[in-house]
Design a protein around this ligand. Structure first.
Ligand code: SF4
Length: 132
């Protein structure tokens, strides 16, 4: 990450300028996109005509840190909660998924590859983690 670059939250609201991080698959897991795609108002308006955006996509935008309810004071707590709820495959069987924000991802900065094991299990925050 560049010195002047802000950390990126990988579970953000769909707002113009946010990055389309991934698409939720039928099994509830997120297929992370390797290409960086920024969304605009047109995307939000069009995509909102279907099911709730948060159930179909994941978005990323600058981490609000202490301005966010999930901030503990020194780290993001979403991963802590997700780790307790989601079935996570052993690290030995894991390959890092392609991801467009890894160079600034808040979760990757905190937990490295372990974060990327949990990340695809999360859609619309920790209330909808797949436990399969
Ligand atoms: S946790 Fe890993 S896979 Fe998920 S957004 Fe961050 S860098 Fe990408």
């Amino acid at each position: 990450m560049k010195p002047d670059q802000k950390a990126t939250c990988p579970s953000a609201e769909p707002k113009a300028g946010a990055v389309l991080l991934g698409v939720v698959k039928q099994n509830g897991e997120v297929n992370l996109l390797s290409q960086r795609i920024e969304i605009d108002e047109t995307f939000i308006e069009t995509a909102s005509q279907g099911r709730d955006l948060g159930q179909r996509f994941r978005f990323a935008s600058p981490c609000a840190a202490k301005g966010c309810a999930n901030w503990s004071g020194h780290h993001c707590m979403v991963l802590d909660i997700a780790r307790q709820l989601a079935h996570i495959e052993p690290l030995s069987q894991f390959t890092l998924p392609a991801c467009s924000i890894r160079d600034s991802c808040r979760w990757f900065m905190q937990d490295g590859a372990d974060a990327c094991r949990i990340c695809p299990k999360i859609n619309t925050g920790f209330t909808e983690i797949e436990t399969v």
